[in-house]
Write a protein that binds this ligand. Structure first.
Ligand code: ATP
Ligand code: MG
Length: 354
């Protein structure tokens, strides 16, 4: 039997276009190889070029257009001549928020053959999943500016934390921690300095923890967390933090695991009444756009997460095994990993390894 899925591909800008092309090629090869699933892919040319032409990154009903799909594969958005806050809010968040993809999941692991910048850290010593609250918090988009340009100009950036919002991400994180071997969760806040929203996080964590007696959990302040991630990576497993804090921690995590070009992410709506979105964590990287050297591994790993989410666990495992076989070979490393391989080389190698 062949399971068929409708996939929306949004390559976006810069190297997003290059890595999504590579990702779709690999998925197509995997589907042919296994025959157990088929993808009907529709391409959306949303992004900064469209913004420069039409004043919008995507059509007004863009999020609505995506609702009928089983999953979304996203590249990257952002261009040197477009302010970053416009592209982020005009495309990524304009999809995540209406589709209520409130859980952003970022696995971090040192893949075979990849060198961590940390001294003496072996692959098994760093195996984390960071869960980022993806719908509110510091990126709720609330605030404003007054007295523009004057010395007494004021800008406010208001964080919104709702009990319902914190509780659903906390339950998601505890559930995820429970599904992993170590059943261990670290809740990251900054409740010593941010005394409303972050204290709510602490309280909700303690409440939800009661329903997960089999999960061992602890609390960390975000500043101390950066130190622990760097000096004692093996002490961590599943991590949950607010939108801003997890955004920062997951970039650190990606760097500690070897390269930002490898790291995947999933924007999940666990209720599954809207599609979830899968994307490499890196941006559009115009410094290397068009050179054919973008590392496509972050996109391939995101495709693994997408297959897992769709229930195609065998296909997901097959693709992950192929990725690990390829990263193990230094000849298949792109320049961000210190190698000389091209996007094409890596793509071909993964297809061969399938
Ligand atoms: P954005 O503004 O959308 O975040 P960016 O241009 O800042 O995009 P980042 O993704 O933040 O790009 O990456 C920072 C740098 O890391 C890039 O400029 C690029 O040199 C490198 N980089 C990022 N992703 C990759 C990749 N997939 N392969 C190789 N190098 C990468
Ligand atoms: Mg960037």
């Amino acid at each position: 039997m062949t399971n068929a899925y409708r996939i929306a591909a949004i390559p976006g800008d810069g190297i997003g276009i290059e890595v999504i092309e590579a990702g779709l090629e690999v998925l197509d090869a995997l589907s042919r190889r296994l025959g157990s699933f088929a993808l009907d892919v529709e391409n959306f040319d949303w992004g900064s070029d469209r913004y420069k032409r039409e004043g919008r990154f995507m059509p007004e009903d863009g999020a609505q257009q995506l609702r009928g799909f089983d999953a979304i594969l996203f590249g990257a958005v952002g261009a040197p001549d477009v302010p970053d806050h416009l592209s982020l809010w005009g495309l990524r968040l304009a999809i995540c928020q209406p589709l209520d993809q409130f859980a952003n999941v970022r696995p971090t692991r040192i893949l075979p053959g990849i060198q961590s910048p940390l001294r003496g850290v072996a692959p098994g010593d760093l195996d984390w999943v960071i869960v980022r609250e993806n719908s509110e918090g510091e990126y709720a988009g609330q605030g404003g500016r007054s007295h523009r340009g004057l010395p007494h100009e004021i800008a406010t950036e208001v964080s919104i934390f709702t009990r319902a919002g914190v509780e659903r991400i906390m339950r998601f994180a505890f559930d995820l921690a429970r599904s992993r071997e170590r059943k261990q969760l670290t809740v990251v806040t900054k409740s010593n300095a941010q005394r409303y929203g972050m204290v709510l996080w602490d309280e909700v964590a303690a409440e939800v923890a009661q329903d997960f007696p089999d999960v061992q959990w602890d609390k960390m302040l975000v500043d101390a967390m950066t130190v622990r991630m760097t000096l004692d990576p093996a002490s961590l497993d599943t991590i949950v933090a607010s939108n801003l804090h997890a955004d920062i921690l997951s970039d650190l995590a990606a760097a500690l695991a070897g390269s930002i070009g490898i790291a995947p992410t999933a924007n999940i709506n666990p209720e599954r009444n809207t599609p979830s979105m899968f994307e490499p964590i890196h941006g559009s990287a115009f410094d290397i756009t068009g050179k054919g050297v973008a590392n496509p591994v972050g996109t391939f790993w995101s495709a693994v997460m997408m297959l897992d989410h769709l229930g195609e666990t065998e296909a997901a495992a097959r693709l992950m095994a192929a990725i690990e076989k390829v990263t193990a070979a230094p000849a298949c490393h792109t320049p961000d990993l210190g190698g000389a391989a091209t996007t094409r080389d890596v793509t071909r190698a993964v297809i061969e390894a399938l």
